[in-house]
Write a protein that binds this ligand. Structure first.
Ligand code: FPP
Length: 231
């Protein structure tokens, strides 16, 4: 099962407690560790986390820098444990605007864990669904213009193979915390047949128990994928 999570509400969680927004993000990073750990036991083989969107650069400079610092910390402090736990880490999004040291940490983690089979963890950083579609379209267009592929070879499967998620199943379930009911540019192509769970808890309050309850609810749903099924 592939689960995508839009980790929302860190800022509100902190503000409600009279704390700086960055404290909410810090607590959010702690939740990431807990949720990653419980995935294999919950039957989740792929987890995609929306960590930073293409739109998040519009936030105050100190918040963006604070988030980058958290990513640095997560990528370097968890390298050994993620590898020991057999997690295969991949990154979704356009890495080009990220700083050189973060790119290096991402590459280290990606190569070290590339052959792990316990859990696929996709971390979306500078990710936007529309941006991903534009990048895939450009990549295919350039192959058509160089003659590497024929126009007729473009279909859903070949297009999907040019997305950041190439080779992976689409998310079965997308969870968004903190009450908002929108996708905010997350997995625009891949979410075509996903189920959705919009839950009131903020990301810092998203415990393994809350995750388990959301998954139980998902398992009680009947998915039709456009067909008619007997009920
Ligand atoms: C949305 O909450 C959250 C983010 C933009 C950042 C998510 C980042 C983390 C959970 C930290 C670390 C992640 C990893 C992978 C180590 P918000 O700030 O928009 O909340 P608000 O809507 O209440 O303001």
């Amino acid at each position: 099962m592939h689960v995508g999570i839009i980790m929302d509400g860190n800022g509100r969680w902190a503000t409600k407690r009279g704390l700086a927004r960055l404290i909410g993000h810090k607590r959010g990073a702690t939740q990431v560790k807990k949720i990653v750990k419980c995935c294999p036991g919950f039957g989740v083989d792929t987890l995609t986390l929306y960590a930073f969107s293409t739109e998040n650069w519009k936030r105050a400079a100190h918040e963006v820098e604070g988030l980058m610092k958290l990513f640095r910390g997560y990528l370097s402090n968890n390298l050994v444990e993620l590898h020991e736990k057999n997690v295969c880490v991949r990154f979704l999004g356009d890495p080009s605007p990220l700083s050189a040291d973060i790119l290096k940490l991402m590459e280290n983690l990606r190569t070290l864990t590339a052959h792990n089979t316990g859990l696929n963890l996709n971390v979306a950083i500078n990710y936007g669904g529309r941006d991903e579609l534009v990048r895939a379209t450009k990549a295919m267009a350039s192959k058509v213009s160089s003659g590497e592929i024929a126009l007729e070879e473009i279909d859903e499967d070949s297009f999907a193979a040019h997305l950041d998620t190439k080779g992976q199943n689409d998310p079965d379930l997308i969870i968004r915390t903190a009450g908002e009911m929108r996708l905010s540019n997350f997995m625009t192509w891949q979410s075509a047949y996903s189920e959705f769970a919009f839950i009131k808890e903020s990301w810092p309050d998203f415990t393994p128990q809350v995750f388990d309850a959301v998954l139980q609810n998902f398992h009680n749903r009947t998915r039709q994928f456009g067909a008619v099924v007997a009920r």
